[in-house]
Write a protein that binds this ligand. Structure first.
Ligand code: GLN
Length: 534
C-alpha cells in the first residue's frame, strides 16, 4: 500500500547494489492517468519533484536521486497517461503498421520498451523499477503484466520484490503475516512470484514469522527481509545489508560478486546517530493538514535538505510546521517565531496564507532571524520589501491579485500566452537553468563558484521594472540569469542581516546526504552560530 516504504526500499536496494560496484538506475511507475505529477495537489499526492530536464515527477524520484547520488531524466518516470499517450501517438503515425492496437499486449510492450530505454541510456547493470500502488488493484495491473512478460522473456534477469506491511495490532500483541500471504497470492494471480519479500513492520520480525511467510509465500526464509521502522531512512540500506540482501540479489541475478564499499554511507548514517545539538527550524507552509492528520510529504525535499546540511554539521534539526494564516488573524503571535534558529518559506501556489507569510518575512527581516525563501518564499520576501521598505503599499504578486498598483512579481512574458490557452500541464519554467552569482555576495561565498545550475518550477518572476528601485533600497540580487533579465537569488548584505536569502529556484531538489546543498550548508552554519549564543 502507499506509504509502506516502497520508495525507500527501491532506493535502498539501488544503493546496496551500487555499493557492490554495479551501475544502478531506478524507474518509477505511477499508475494514474495524469501525464505527470505537475497537475496534482501536493496535499494529496505529496511533493512534485522536478528533474534536471524539467519533468514534473513523483517524490520517490527524489529518494532515488538522494540515495543513488545521481540525476535522473524523464525516461525514468512513467504514468499510465504517459504510456497511453505514446501508444496513441504511435498508432496515429502508423507505427503499428495496420495492426489492431490493443491494451494487451501493446500497453505492456510500451512499458517494457520504456524500461529498456531508460536502462540502456543509464548503461545500467541493474535497474530497479518501482510499481506504485497495491497488488490487486485495477490501476497497476498492466505494469505487473509487463513485469510478467519481462520475467517470461529473461527469467534469469528479472527479480520480483514484494514490499508488504506486517501489522502488529495493539490488542493482539503479535505480528500478523496474513496480509502478506494474501498479497503474495494476489501477486501470483498476476502471474508473478515474489523472489524477495521485504516485510515492513514497527519492530524487527522474529524467525518464526519469517518461516511462516517463507512457507506460505514460497520463498526461502533468507529471502524474507525484516524491515522495521527506523529512526532515519538512511539506515535502511545498512539494515538490508545486515540481512545480506545484496549477496542474495547478486546470487539470484547471477551477477559477479564484488567487494562491498559503503564507507561514505556508513559515515553519514553514523553522523545521523551522533547529531545531538538541536537546531529549531520553522517551515511556514500550507500543504500539511489533511483532515485530522499532519503530513509533511509535500515538503519532503526541503526536510531532507535541512537534514543533510544539519547532520553533516553535527546538528539535529527539530522542524516545526507553522500555518501562516494564524498570523493573519493575530499578528501578536509572530513573537513565537523568535523561538526558532531559522525560518524556511518553501515553494507554493495560490493565495491561502500568503499575507501571513509576508508578515513572517517582515518579522524575520526586522528581528534578524535567518530566513531562507524557496521560490514562492523569494517572491514573498520581495513583495514584503517593496511594501515596507519601498513603501509601495499595494505591492503584490499578480498570481494573487491581477491588478495591484505595483506588480512587483509579474507573470513571465512566455507564460501569459500559455495560461490564456489553458495550457497548464508541464508548461512552467521548469528544470535546469544557470544562475550567475554576484561577487562579494553571501550566495557566492556559499557556492564558492561564479555560477550555479539549479532546478526551477515557476510562472512568475520579479518584475524587471522594479529591480533598480529595490536595489537602491538595499536589496541585493546576487544571482541572475546569464542574460541578466531574471532574478534568481535575492539577499540582504550580511552587514544588515546574518542570513536573509531567497532563491527563485529550488535548491532543495539538489541536496543529497553525501552532498548537502551549499545554500543549506550556509543557512545551517549561520543558525548554528546563533544557537551557540542562545
Ligand atoms: N507560484 C509561484 C510561481 O508560479 C511560485 C512557484 C513555486 O514556489 N514553485 O511563480
Amino acid at each position: 500500500m502507499s506509504g509502506v516504504g516502497k520508495g525507500v526500499t527501491t532506493s535502498s536496494i539501488g544503493r546496496i547494489m551500487q555499493s557492490r560496484g554495479l551501475t544502478v538506475t531506478a524507474i518509477k511507475v505511477d499508475p494514474y492517468i495524469n501525464v505527470d505529477a505537475g497537475t496534482m495537489n501536493p496535499t494529496e499526492h505529496g511533493e512534485c519533484f522536478v528533474l534536471a530536464d524539467g519533468d514534473e515527477t513523483d517524490q520517490d524520484m527524489g529518494n532515488y536521486e538522494r540515495f543513488l547520488s545521481l540525476e535522473l531524466s524523464r525516461l525514468h518516470y512513467m504514468t499510465t497517461g504517459r504510456v497511453y499517450q505514446s501508444v496513441i501517438e504511435k498508432e496515429r503515425n502508423l507505427e503499428y503498421e495496420g495492426k489492431c492496437v490493443q491494451v494487451v499486449p501493446h500497453i505492456p510492450l510500451e512499458i517494457i520498451a520504456r524500461i529498456e530505454k531508460a536502462s540502456r541510456s543509464a548503461k545500467a547493470d541493474v535497474t530497479v523499477v518501482e510499481v506504485g500502488g497495491t497488488v490487486g488493484e485495477y490501476e497497476n495491473i498492466l505494469f505487473l503484466e509487463a513485469a510478467r512478460m519481462m520475467k517470461q522473456k529473461s527469467p534469469e534477469d528479472v527479480l520480483t520484490v514484494l514490499v508488504s506491511y506486517v501489522p502488529m495490532p495493539n490488542k493482539i500483541g503479535e505480528m500478523k503475516t496474513k496480509p502478506t500471504q494474501h498479497a503474495s497470492r494476489t501477486l501470483n494471480s498476476a502471474g508473478l512470484q515474489a523472489d524477495i519479500i521485504v516485510a515492513r513492520s514497527e519492530v524487527p520480525m522474529d524467525d518464526i514469522r519469517k518461516e511462516k511467510i517463507a512457507q506460505f509465500c514460497s520463498v526461502s526464509s533468507e529471502s524474507v527481509i525484516s524491515a522495521p521502522d527506523v529512526e532515519s531512512i538512511y539506515h535502511v540500506p545498512l539494515n538490508f545489508e545486515k540481512a545480506g540482501l545484496s549477496d542474495i540479489l547478486l546470487k539470484k541475478l547471477s551477477l559477479k560478486s564484488r567487494k562491498r564499499d559503503m564507507k561514505d554511507w556508513i559515515a553519514f548514517a553514523n553522523k545521523v546517530d551522533k547529531a545531538e545539538k538541536p537546531l529549531r527550524i520553522a517551515i511556514v507552509g500550507k500543504y500539511f493538514a489533511t483532515g485530522d492528520f499532519v503530513l509533511s510529504d509535500a515538503y519532503i525535499s526541503v526536510i531532507e535538505a535541512i537534514k543533510h546540511a544539519s547532520i553533516s554539521a553535527g546538528f539535529k534539526p527539530e522542524i516545526e510546521w507553522l500555518d501562516s494564516s494564524v498570523y493573519e488573524k493575530d499578528s501578536r503571535r509572530l513573537k513565537e517565531i523568535s523561538h526558532f534558529h531559522g525560518v524556511v518559506v518553501p515553494g507554493g501556489f495560490g493565495s491561502r496564507g500568503i499575507e501571513g507569510k509576508i508578515l513572517v518575512a517582515k518579522y524575520c527581516r526586522e528581528k534578524k532571524i535567518p530566513y531562507f525563501g524557496l521560490c514562492y518564499g523569494m517572491q514573498i520576501a520581495v513583495v514584503e520589501y517593496a511594501r515596507h521598505v519601498l513603501q509601495l503599499e499595494d505591492a503584490h504578486t499578480v498570481e494573487m491579485k491581477s491588478q495591484p498598483l505595483h506588480r512587483i512579481i509579474d507573470i513571465m512574458p512566455g507564460q501569459k500566452k500559455k495560461i490564456a490557452c489553458g495550457n497548464y500541464g508541464g508548461s512552467m519554467r521548469l528544470g535546469n537553468y544557470e544562475t550567475v552569482l554576484a561577487p562579494g555576495s553571501l550566495a557566492k561565498s556559499a557556492y564558492k563558484s561564479g555560477s550555479a545550475i539549479e532546478r526551477h518550477r515557476h510562472r512568475y518572476e520579479v518584475n524587471p521594472d522594479y529591480i533598480n528601485d529595490l536595489e537602491v533600497a538595499g536589496l541585493v540580487f546576487s544571482g541572475k540569469s546569464p542574460s541578466g533579465d531574471l532574478m534568481e537569488i535575492m539577499e540582504l548584505p550580511t552587514s544588515v542581516h546574518p542570513f536573509y536569502l531567497a532563491t527563485q529556484f529550488h535548491p532543495e531538489l539538489l541536496s543529497w546526504p553525501l552532498r548537502p546543498h551549499p545554500l543549506f550548508v550556509k543557512f545551517v552554519a549561520v543558525m548554528a552560530k546563533k544557537s551557540s549564543r542562545s
